[in-house]
Write a protein that binds this ligand. Sequence first.
Ligand code: ADP
Ligand code: MG
Length: 323
Amino acid sequence: MSEFDLIGRYFAALGPERPDVALGVGDDCALLEIPAGQALAVSIDTLSAGVHFFPDCDPEHIGHKSLAVGLSDLAAMGAEPAWATLALTLPAADEDWIRAFATGFERLASAHGMRLVGGDTTRGPLSVAVQVHGLVPTGTAIRRSGARPGDAVFVSGTLGDAGLALRRMLAGESVAPELRRRLECPEPRVELGQRLRGVASAMIDLSDGLAGDLGHILRASAVGAVLELDRLPLAPQLAELVAATDDWSLPLASGDDYELCFCVPPAHIPNVERLAEALALPLTRVGWIRASAGLDLRRPDGGRLTRPARGYDHFPVADDRAD
Ligand code: ADP
Ligand code: MG
C-alpha cells in the first residue's frame, strides 16, 4: 500500500464534514475559514514511542490519546475544537496498526465535531504529532495569567490515577482496565472548559501534576496559593495509598491526568457548583489564591508538606526552581 493509498483510505475523510473547511486533505494546504469575532486557538503535541506510550500500546488508544492531549489544551483555553492536522512517523506501513490508530482518533474527533484537514506521513521511529485548532470568541479565552488573590482553586475529576497506572505498569504489575484507561484513554474536559468562559479567571490542564501546573498559573499571574491536601479529590485506591505511605507524589506531581485546574472569583463559585451537577463531573475546591508568592501545601493538622519532586521533565536541569 502506497503512502497516498494509506492517506486516502484512513485520513482523507476523518471526522465530520464542516462548512468552515473550504479545502481539506489532498492539496498542498488546507483552507479554513475562521468566523468573524472568533480567535483561532492552536496547540501541538508529540507522542513518541517509549517516551509517551509503551511501544506495544493498543494503537486505538494511541490514536485516542494523541488527539486527547491537544483537546485538553483547547479545553484549558475555553476553546471549541474545530480542526486537526496529523504528522505520523511510522516504522512500517502496518495496515492493521494504522486502521486501529485511525479508529481511536476518529471516535474522539467525531465526539468533538473535529475534522482532520491535513498532515504528513513519513517513515521512521514511531511518533505521532497532532496539531489542534479551536475557536474561541475574541477576548474570552481563559489564560494562565488571570488569577487574583481570594480566588478559589478548583480541579475536575480525580488526581493521580494515570500516574498510578503508569507506576504499576512499569513495575510489571497488573492494572485494572478502568485505571489503565485513565492513562491510555484520557477524557479531555472540553465541555467544562468552554462553560468556564466568563466564570474562571485562570485555567490550565493537568499534564505534569497539580503542584507544577498550578505553579505555572501562579507565575503567570504573579500570585501564590494554598492547597489543602485533605481536599484533593482522590479515587479510593489513591486515597488508600496516600494514607498508608504519606507519599503525595502521585496526586501532586504525576503526569497525564488531563483534568482542568481553574481559579474562580468568589462571586462565581455557585456557577461552578451548578456546572458540576450539569456535567455530572466532580469539581472540587482544593485551595485558594493569595498575594504572597509560592505554593503552600497544607496538611489537615496545619503542617506543611514539602513539594514532591516535580512532574516529568524531558530536559531536566540540576537547579530545580522552587515553585
Ligand atoms: P506535500 O508533499 O505537498 O506536503 P503530502 O504528500 O505530504 O503533501 O500530503 C498529501 C496530502 O495528504 C496533503 O493534503 C496532506 O495534508 C495530507 N496528509 C498527509 N499525511 C496525512 C495524515 N497522516 N493525515 C492527514 N492528512 C495527511
Ligand atoms: Mg508533506
